[in-house]
Design a protein around this ligand. Sequence first.
Ligand code: MTE
Ligand code: MO
Length: 383
Amino acid sequence: DPYSAEPTRHPALQINSLKPFNAEPPSSILSDNYITPSVIFFKRNHLPVPRVDPETYRLEIEGLPGGVASLTLNELKSCFPKHTITATLQCAGNRRSEMNTVKQVKGLNWGIAAISNATWSGALLRDVLVHYGFGPEVAAKAQHVQFEGLDKDVTGTAYGASIPLNKAVSEEGDVLLAYEMNGEDLPPDHGYPVRVVVPGIVGARNVKWLGKIVVSEEESKSHWQQNDYKGFSPGTDWDTVDFKSAPAIQELPIQSAITHPAEGTSVDANDGEVTVKGYAWSGGGREVVRVDVSIDGGKTWHVAKLRTGDKGQQAPPPPPGKAWAWKLWEIDVPLPHSAQELEIVCKAVDSSYNMQPDTVAPIWNLRGVLSNAWHRVKVKVNE
Ligand code: MTE
Ligand code: MO
């Protein structure tokens, strides 16, 4: 059984698939912590978890002037300055289950919690590439940086992905070769001993158990770069889809969802108000600047309070274009007289004034990715 060495996992996780292991935290606890504890951070594996020996681990780097370079874990930790960022990871399939209500899509049936937020520490990819000879001559030819994982399928094919070279080498990109998550060694499920963290970019490019980096003229040839993780028209079906015709997803669109109250629960009319909570995040380092909340299906709106830390704590605002972490939000909305049911809705706005679409049907796509319509939750009002 290729899955015989899987790590133990927290029992609160809601499992989408056991082999490979895919799970999300219950959405009701997702917004309890600004920094998601690693044990409940969503887990998305395509293959068995490889058990990597830190003593024999080597990170290979190809496509730079000196030929193939090979780094030990100790070299990565000691030869390059350690950087720490707080960054949210979101799977392209987060909220896919809502697309299934329009028409069946292919993929894991994620709820709203295939997204989590952590602090990550490691060497800057830029520093490592520059150390091994990256410069204008390489930049004149190469356009992509490919990553290969140490997890392999039965044919020996590894998980792989790539990102634009610009993101990888720019001073502002903050791309990390991370060896710590939330102040500890990376857990096995999250890529021990090294993963790439590409803040602002779809989860799929944040390659875990990183074995090889290739600076290249071409994108990764991997299935997950070429024939998956792309968006299509609602009119495109499995008979007509041409994966070559669409770009690989990199930066994700604006997103928000309601974590409290839960669908189908009740609120008490005597409370006079309802507390609504959730998360909001946008890709590409675009900052969430506002979250609008409605409890009447979108007829009237209220502006939620945003927070960037736990227990009312506020971090200083991120530099423009470097908002890698989500914001949690909360609002108490007065209950209207004699309402029996509430349709709670949220929608977020980012620093480019991108907004979420109001319904899911016009953004439906056969793979169920990029699901970011207004999130709606219905609750009863008890007299
Ligand atoms: N890296 C490797 N090597 N293998 C994988 O299956 N899954 C990707 C990405 N990196 C994957 C990978 C996908 S699709 C996502 S959404 C994120 O890892 C999930 O990261 P997490 O499990 O740390 O939450
Ligand atoms: Mo993903």
